[in-house]
Design a protein around this ligand. Structure first.
Ligand code: SF4
Length: 214
């Protein structure tokens, strides 16, 4: 059984898959406490579902792209089994993970979006650095959520030190909603000389900043 906060169909709001129809399976619980977290409603509650019943719901949505997210989806051990089942059924599976739990043992067909925590999140010391060794350049993406200039300097350093331009399909630079001037961030990115991409959370522009999920 897995504890699930919500399952729904929408469009993907982030990553190189932004704009695509996508089913979201949002698992409950997270061991992290990022100060700017916009998903605190996932920390508690949720309902228990068997993997079979999750699969039935996902099939009923009729969308090939499925994101398993949270909270921290990999904090529930059975999530690894769910991801394998989704891959077996031919879904294009994205796993958005906060880089605290090891991705070792994850089905290799699933695409990882690794959210590397920057200092202003308050959770940077808990990054699981071995996850970077497992990134596949043809399919995996990393994300840095930027709250201030210190975060941007940190992201640049990590990108260079870990050669992330070579190790990943994409490096996503995402502003904390309402915390940082978007034009300023765009200027930093444009002048960085790095192969990164600024991403805005598409769903918040469509449905507003309070929208749950997506
Ligand atoms: S890892 Fe994600 S869900 Fe967990 S506290 Fe940080 S932003 Fe929130």
């Amino acid at each position: 059984m897995l504890r699930v906060t919500e399952m729904f169909r929408s469009i993907q709001g982030e990553s190189t898959h932004a704009g695509r129809p996508c089913t979201f399976v949002r698992l409950t619980g997270c061991p992290m406490r990022c100060v700017w977290c916009d998903s605190e409603y996932t920390f508690t509650g949720g309902e228990h579902f068997s993997i079979d019943s999750i699969m039935d719901q996902v099939r009923a949505f009729g969308v090939n792209l499925v994101e398993v997210t949270g909270g921290e989806p990999l904090a529930q051990k059975e999530a690894f089994k769910l991801i394998e089942r989704l891959c077996n059924d031919g879904f294009d599976v994205l796993v958005e993970t906060g880089n605290y739990v090891s991705t070792e043992g994850l089905d290799p067909r699933a695409k990882v979006i690794l959210d590397i925590k920057c200092p202003a999140s308050g959770e940077e010391p808990r990054n699981c650095w071995s996850n970077i060794e497992r990134l596949r350049s043809e399919m995996d993406e990393v994300k840095f959520v930027i709250a201030d200039e210190g975060d941007w300097q940190y992201a640049k350093r990590v990108i260079k030190e870990h050669d992330l331009e070579a190790r990943t399909k994409a490096i996503l630079i995402s502003p904390v909603w309402g915390e940082i001037d978007l034009q300023q961030l765009a200027e930093w990115i444009a002048g960085s000389g790095l192969n990164v991409r600024m991403q805005l959370q598409l769903h918040k522009y469509i449905w507003g900043p309070e929208v749950r999920g997506v």
